[in-house]
Design a protein around this ligand. Structure first.
Ligand code: FAD
Length: 647
């Protein structure tokens, strides 16, 4: 056995985005020695890209807002498939989490009377998103980092070392969660720069690794989003829930090709931007679904009046939930009414004065000027759908964020599933990170403190993790007759491109049975080839090697998405089937659960073309009556079965 350094911690948080940092702060404040580990530089996590804001019903701009209205909007946005207890906790606790950020030094934009300003966003009944221009994620991360530094300064005063109780391992990747006697015992990691392996021994791991967007060709997501936490959880024996629900944000850049997919924040529409097709028509009025008919303006005049007088008018349909807008744009382009580069037009220039646009949307102004040579104060943008967010994720206990079936494993943020149902409302992720990041840190700390006989990491597992990580350096062809790993070594970049193309084309925004079956076949082929993904050179900063390791994760989560999407024979939220276009009330309470079909990996090692994922169904517990009482019966009829209604 090669020597691998070990360090012992009470709690290890994987990920330094909003969820991970909030969890780490809570665990450290509970007195636990806490390590945070992240792939990128500290402060560079994907959360910094968040633009529009944090949804919290503070009622600063419209005092009618409260947690009940936020809960209602979240359930509607998720088409009632949400784990309702998570949606309840999220709506109740989000305002406190935003206030708390201000006590730690965040400074949000203000209303004229000095309160935290809140902006409109799709699916939110009232202005609800606390924001800092269109750079909210940056302020959130900056504040959480500042809090961490202040805790480290306390530790320096008390123990003489800044990282005595809170240490950040930056530019390091976890490739395995280790288990001993069925419980979490640590994490196997490598330093990206040196390639050195090490183990963080701990009874409690919090996964806060974000999403999976890099499995798709057109995406708003950063390079980190390779589904690592989803895969780590599966490999550790946990379950993923509702992986068929992937959000395609309606407005990504479509031109030039090098920036295709980069996000155009929903704030553009929240602040007055309108969508038009090549005929100049505001086409969203043609796409208001029945379930939302009475809540959205039926004419352009009414929609325009709403910006100044929301009490007496209904909101414009550009502010429908994202899944609706994305489908509408897709349909317009398909019908030949798209913009020159295959999107539609998003115009804010004719709606707001140039100086207001520059003040409210500084990043968008800069982004379009620099990347596309478009001045959004004078001309429309071209936009189209881009893979943005995964609603599915690790199945967790709503209150404690503990992963089902694996003692010591917790998950929060985008890697956790259930909270957003079939479709997330904009702004509800940043609040989710804070609410459930805190809870994950709290309960991971509680769990760690309760473990009196701490498991030690098993040397055999460490050896196996090391061998797995080194495999790309020895990938080469074998005898086709005797091994499924036969064939020439494969280039990980080629495999990644083929995976992204397949997922985009076959399990993308509009899905069909035949295409999803084809996707599963292609994934099987890619899986077999990925075992031969080979790299040259050394372990010192070697991005090709890192990608080879990430491929395992992307292939696992892609299979989850494709299998679950094939199984769910209806259209709902982020899952749209051309061959099953209707939403079916009988599917509402059914969750599709993914787990490893062959946990020991023997069968799939012998034949990698075999599927790795087993699907099962699980019903959501009935929604608590007081929460159901927040809705009109007329509305519930659209979502619940007759049996549920009579109950
Ligand atoms: P992240 O912030 O992505 O952090 C993941 C962390 O995990 C990173 O530190 C990464 O390095 C680490 N990591 C991953 N894998 C490993 C591994 N194997 N080992 C070690 N570390 C690992 N939501 C909103 O609510 N409001 C918005 O306005 C908004 N705007 C957005 C704008 C853009 C452009 C995008 C792309 C998303 C936006 N979102 C928004 C969504 C939101 O930003 C994300 O859902 C959220 O930031 C995810 O946070 P997280 O803490 O779960 O993960």
């Amino acid at each position: 056995m090669a020597h691998v350094d070990r360090q012992a911690w009470d709690v290890v948080v994987v990920g330094a985005g909003g969820a991970g940092l909030r969890a780490a702060i809570e665990a450290r404040e509970a007195g636990m020695r806490t390590a945070v580990i992240c792939k990128s530089l500290f402060g560079k996590a994907h959360t910094v890209m968040a633009e529009g804001g944090i949804a919290a019903s503070m009622g600063n701009v419209n005092e009618r807002d409260n947690w009940q209205v936020h809960f209602r909007d979240t359930m509607r946005g998720g088409k009632f498939l949400n784990q309702w207890r998570m949606a309840e906790l999220h709506a109740r606790e989000a305002p406190d989490r935003v206030w708390e950020l201000e006590t730690w030094g965040a400074l949000f934009d203000r209303t004229p009377d000095g309160r935290i300003s809140q902006r409109n966003f799709g699916g939110h009944e009232y202005p609800r998103l606390a924001h800092v221009g269109d750079r909210t994620g940056l302020e959130l991360i900056r504040t959480l980092q500042q809090k961490i530094v202040s805790l480290q300064q306390e530790d320096e005063r008390e123990f003489g070392a800044y990282d005595a109780r809170l240490k950040v391992f930056q530019e390091c990747t976890v490739t395995r969660v280790l288990k001993t006697d069925g419980r979490v015992s640590g994490a196997f990691c490598y330093e990206r720069e040196s390639g050195r392996f090490f183990v963080l021994e701990t009874p409690a791991v919090v996964l806060a690794t974000g999403g999976i967007g890099k499995s798709f060709k057109v995406t708003s997501n950063s390079w980190e989003y390779t589904g690592d936490g989803h895969a780590l959880a599966l490999l550790a024996g946990a379950q993923l829930i509702n992986m068929e629900f992937v959000q395609f944000h309606p407005t990504g850049m479509v031109w030039p090709p090098s920036v295709k997919g980069i996000l155009v924040t929903e704030s553009v529409r929240g602040d007055g931007g309108v969508l038009r097709n090549s005929d100049g028509r505001r086409f969203m009025f043609d796409y208001i679904p029945d379930v939302f008919k009475d809540k959205y303006a039926q004419s352009e005049e009414e929609g325009d009046r709403w910006y100044d007088d929301p009490e007496h008018n209904r909101r414009p349909p550009e502010l429908l939930p994202r899944d609706e807008v994305a489908r509408a744009i897709n349909a317009e382009v398909k019908a030949g009414r798209g913009s020159p580069h295959g999107g539609v037009f998003l115009d804010v220039s004719t709606r707001l004065p140039a100086e207001v646009i520059k003040r409210k949307l500084p990043s968008m102004h800069h982004q379009f000027k620099e990347l596309a040579d478009v001045d959004i104060t004078a001309e429309p943008m071209e936009v189209g759908p881009t893979c943005h967010y995964v609603m599915g994720g690790v199945d967790v206990d709503p209150d404690t964020a503990a992963a089902t079936g694996v003692p010591g494993l917790f998950a929060a943020g985008e890697v956790a599933g259930g909270m957003h149902g079939s479709n997330r409302l904009g702004g509800n992720s940043l609040s989710d990170l804070l609410v459930f990041g805190r809870r994950a840190g709290l309960y991971a700390a509680e769990y760690a403190a309760s473990v009196t006989d701490r498991p030690t990491a098993d040397p055999l597992q460490i050896d196996a993790a090391e061998a797995e990580a080194l495999r790309p350096f020895s990938a080469e062809g074998g005898d086709q007759e005797t091994t499924h790993d036969a064939g020439p070594a494969e280039n990980p970049y080629t495999l990644h491109q083929e995976l992204q193309q397949s997922m985009n084309d076959l399990v993308g925004i509009i899905r069909r049975e035949g295409e999803m079956r084809e996707a599963l076949e292609r994934l099987a082929g890619l899986r077999a080839r990925a075992r031969r993904a080979g790299v040259e050179g050394h372990r010192q900063y070697n991005p090709g090697w890192h990608l080879s390791l990430d491929l395992r994760n992307m292939l696992l989560v892609s299979e989850c998405v494709a299998r679950a999407a094939l199984e769910r024979e209806e259209s709902r939220g982020g899952h749209t089937r051309d061959d099953q276009p209707a939403m079916d009330r009988h599917w509402r309470k059914i969750n599709l659960i993914c787990e490893l079909a062959d946990p020991q990996g023997e069968r799939t090692a012998a034949d990698p073309s075999l599927g790795q994922i087993r699907l099962s169904r699980r019903e959501t517990p009935p929604i608590r009556p007081d929460l159901l009482g927040l809705f009109e019966k007329d509305e519930l009829v659209k979502y619940l079965t007759d049996e549920e209604l009579s109950r």
